[in-house]
Design a protein around this ligand. Structure first.
Ligand SMILES: [Zn+2]
Length: 338
């Protein structure tokens, strides 16, 4: 199909998400806030300020650039996954999961989200080699709240594409190709060389199996003084709270503690404590059982949560159950009469 046809399908999907999920405002545009064109393979969610709602961006330069020319099926499918990743995956987390108290999985996700808000460098939403960081995997792919958003994005995009009947290709095959395209880049899940997925359920199953490892796995974080920062990060990136915190006298040991720690949840606790300390109004209800006082978080003996969640509660499919609960709690009128 052409770029304009692909764009029309994305607009329909956006209308569907607005109607059925409605976690915030969705924008389909061509360039990001800095004027850079952006591919449908990458979206962006702006978290809400207090009392506000989130904003979800899917930037479709791939379609505008090829308005009357053919775009490949994988790019079309990718745009739908990106839409659902942002507006459903992140939307559900921000508006529902992080608002739940006494739910260990929601606490784990909210803590990782806040840790990423503390530092673009910790979040790792850029190519680490540009910044002299040598690692196999982008730090981004070690962020469990992103993995959860991608799981929900892939699952609900697949369901929507099947249900709508508007996509003139084999949805399962194309989504597996999309996942294969992403894999060489390194991704949330690792598979053996030459392995290809046969259907989306197999991908979701691997997400589920590998999720606890991502929650607990080490985040590659290397503190860098501001003068070492590329202009792109220091000027365009979000304010780096970790950088500011660690630049103060006597904080060097904290930056080393964070980069050397091998326990991903403990690293999240440290980074999130810096964010919540600076923005206490952004302490989500899901963080009420999490130890986020910086002096405790950076201490050696303090676990982030008591008790620490076992692998058995780190289940991505459980988030789908929570979404179903949300719908039922909203009452029988949500989807109209049966
Ligand atoms: Zn995301």
């Amino acid at each position: 199909m052409t770029g304009s046809e692909a764009h029309a399908l994305l607009v329909k999907a956006k209308d569907y998400v607005d109607e059925h999920y409605n976690y915030g405002s969705i924008f389909l545009d061509t360039e990001d806030e800095y004027g850079d064109s952006m591919s449908v393979y990458r979206g962006h969610t702006v978290p809400p300020e207090r009392g506000d709602i989130p904003k979800f961006h899917v930037r479709c330069s791939d379609f505008y650039d090829r308005w009357n020319d053919r775009v490949d099926d994988v790019t079309v499918a990718a745009s739908i996954v990106t839409l659902f990743h942002e507006a459903v995956g992140h939307g559900f987390q921000l508006r529902s999961a992080y608002m739940r108290q006494d739910d260990p999985l929601c606490s784990v996700l909210a803590m990782n989200f806040c840790a990423c808000q503390a530092s673009g460098r910790y979040y790792g939403d850029y190519d680490p080699s540009d910044y002299g960081i040598d690692c196999d995997k982008w730090p981004y792919f070690s962020q469990c709240h992103e993995m959860a958003a991608q799981y929900l994005g892939l699952k609900f995009a697949r369901d929507y594409m099947h249900g709508s009947g508007m996509f003139p290709f084999d949805v399962e095959r194309v989504l597996c190709e999309y996942e294969d395209v992403r894999l060489p880049d390194s991704d949330f899940i690792t598979v053996s060389d030459g392995f290809h997925f046969g259907n989306v359920d197999q991908i979701l199953e691997q997400f589920e199996l590998q999720f606890p490892g991502v929650v607990r796995g080490k985040h590659e974080y290397q503190f860098s003084r501001r003068e070492l920062f590329d202009e792109k990060v220091s000027v365009k990136g979000p304010i780096d709270l970790l950088e500011n915190a660690f630049s103060k006298d006597g904080s060097d040991c904290r930056s080393k503690r964070l980069s050397n720690c091998r326990d991903g949840m403990k690293q999240d606790q440290m980074a999130a404590s810096v964010f919540v300390d600076r923005y206490p109004q952004n302490k989500f209800p899901a963080l009420s059982g999490v130890e986020l006082r910086p002096d405790k978080a950076f201490g050696y003996i303090s676990d982030p949560m008591k008790p620490m969640p076992p692998d058995s509660v780190l289940k991505l499919s459980y988030l789908v159950e929570l979404m179903d609960d949300d719908r039922n709690d909203a009452g029988p009128d949500l989807d109209g009469p049966e």
